[in-house]
Design a protein around this ligand. Structure first.
Ligand code: GLU
Length: 549
């Protein structure tokens, strides 16, 4: 009885060989230096900001080198799978314009290296497992969960390293014939890799981010195929898929770094060249005075859905994640303000090795800058798109008042130094609500008067202004002069300077008077340019506003 007999017993239906697949998925015909990258999420329903960072690194590398960026759905752990998870991933990639060149979605395969869904690749994995059994590098293991637990306890007690290795790898020496018969008798089993490593020896390898890393050789006989569904474990699927799909650079979280010796041993067992590895650091955030790992349970901003819900423009999110991808990104951006983010030359060496610090304040700054440079019509379109999904009442209002809203959004915009007041689309409403009667009428009103607080004085100023000075047709200079005239008439200085020189001669100054008008109209003491607000509102709306002052 030979290994081949055992392999045939386990996989009677596998008739292809690894060479067949080698031919089916040949080396990609790309020019020298082109990188093949992939995003390989498990469909667990989360898209973490760390995943976004990985996607960007993959995307940028593929673009930089005229390579390929593909998406692979790693759904071998059926118990963790969440419905709709793949749609969510596709939507995020699409929303940010990070569409993969190759993928599989809703039954459609795009690309020649598919299927791109692991559960559809069972036959391929099994062909590779079969090969390993034939060459004596994999074997069935009959240990039950209880056997393994018991062994772990013994190892713990005797203070030796836990795991399935060396003399603890009980099933590795079962004679082929015995294994054959036990399987025939219906005993259940997993398939384990037979490691040839020695834990006492060092295993140096290069991670493109961390440089030379030295870990012990792998000596664990890890499971490569599970018993319940015949699907591979992550380690084995990584080997098969990244080899056959001809991945050149694997970008993944640093939790996989300790597995590299095992992975390289797997590649070697087949005589394949392992891909290059880029292990991405954890994402950190500030929490009070400390910096800690961002957590998908505690921090809403850990998940990508947050940014869409908050209405951050996609360029702003990409831009701020790029700043943690490489330490020289901001410098590059300053030198190339109009370049596309993917023209940036990614360098793994310029990536943090200790943790990437993601800062929401920085995102806000980046975002304010980006929104301030957009045309009012573009802001309007994006605001409407956001509101249609997240605030339908506001979407209705700005749809009915389209030109009016664009005018509002255009205040202090489309000029050399535009006003940077919106960090995202969800905060626009709370900044311009008073411009819309529909919102104004039902809004709770807290008139934030400042230095002038006497109700009679306020009423007098406002009424006099609107009865005797206000004229819709005034240009800005005339408008302002009239407010100065009003100020003077009521005993306030026409100029702030004048007031500061002789404060005892005045009740206050022109700024105090215009604040009264501003608050009477909007309730707010801080608003964009008051002349513009009044011009856009027009006399009817203004007169209604001040009726009850
Ligand atoms: N499916 C793995 C994960 O979600 C992917 C790791 C990799 O990119 O190889 O962690």
């Amino acid at each position: 009885m030979t290994n081949k007999d055992l392999a045939d017993l386990i996989f009677p239906n596998i008739t292809k060989t690894i060479e067949d697949y080698e031919k089916e998925y040949p080396e990609r015909n790309l020019k020298e230096g082109a990188r093949v990258t992939r995003f390989a999420p498990s469909p667990t329903g989360f898209m973490h900001i760390g995943n976004m960072m990985q996607v960007l690194i993959n995307f940028v590398q593929a673009k930089n080198t005229n390579g390929v960026f593909y998406l692979r759905n790693e759904d071998t752990d059926k118990s963790r799978e969440v419905e709709g998870a793949v749609d969510m991933i596709m939507n995020v990639l699409d929303f940010y314009g990070l569409n993969p060149d190759e993928y599989e979605y809703k039954g459609k395969i795009v690309g020649n290296y598919g299927p791109y869904i692991q559960s559809e690749r069972k036959e391929i994995y099994q062909t590779f497992v079969k090969h390993l059994i034939e060459i004596g590098r994999a074997y069935p293991c009959f240990c039950t969960k209880e056997d393994l637990e018991k062994q772990r306890e013994i190892q713990d007690k005797s203070k030796v390293r836990t795991g399935y290795y060396g003399r603890y790898a009980k099933c590795r020496n079962i004679p082929v014939e015995e294994a054959y018969n036990r399987i025939k008798n219906g005993e259940s089993y997993v398939i384990r890799f037979k490691s040839l490593g020695n834990f006492e020896k060092k295993f140096p390898f290069d991670d493109l981010v961390k440089g030379r890393v030295e870990l012990p050789e792998n000596d664990m006989d890890v499971p490569i195929m599970k018993s319940n569904d015949g699907l591979p474990t992550y380690h084995f699927a990584h080997l098969v898929d990244d080899h056959l799909m001809r991945t050149t650079h694997v970008v993944r979280g640093e939790e996989w770094l300790p597995s590299v010796p095992l992975h390289i041993e797997l590649f070697k067992a087949f005589g394949y060249k392992a891909p290059k590895y880029i292990h991405t650091p954890l994402i950190m955030k500030k929490d009070g005075d400390t910096v800690r790992k961002i957590s998908k349970r505690k921090d809403p901003e850990a998940l990508m859905g947050y940014y869409e819900k908050m209405g951050y423009p996609k360029e702003a999110v990409i831009e701020s994640v790029m700043t943690i991808v490489n330490s020289n990104y901001e410098e590059w951006r300053t030198a190339h303000p109009d370049a596309k983010f993917y023209e940036f030359n990614f360098s793994p060496k310029k990536m943090s090795t200790s943790g990437a610090f993601f800062d929401l304040d920085k995102l806000d700054n980046i975002s304010k800058n980006i929104i301030s440079k957009k045309k009012a019509t573009e802001v309007y379109d994006e605001l409407l798109k956001w509101a249609t999904k997240y605030d339908t009442e506001f979407a209705d209002i700005i749809t009915k008042n389209k030109e009016y809203t664009i005018e509002i959004l255009n205040i202090e915009r489309e000029q050399k130094k535009p006003r940077k007041d919106y960090a995202n689309y969800s905060e626009i409403k709370e900044k311009i609500w008073y411009m819309f009667d529909e919102l104004f009428d039902k809004h709770e009103k807290d008139y934030k008067y400042q230095s002038i607080t006497d109700a009679d004085e306020i009423r007098n100023l406002v009424k006099t202004y609107f009865e005797e000075y206000y004229d819709e047709k005034d240009d800005k200079d005339v408008w302002f002069n009239k407010i100065k005239d009003l100020s003077q008439r009521f005993g306030y200085a026409r100029e702030v300077k004048e007031y500061k020189e002789n404060p005892d001669n005045f009740k206050g100054h022109v700024g105090d008077v215009s604040t009264v008008l501003r608050v009477a109209i909007t309730t707010e003491s801080m608003t964009p340019d008051l002349y513009e607000i009044m011009r856009i509102m027009g006399s009817n709306r203004l007169k209604n506003r001040i009726e009850n002052i």
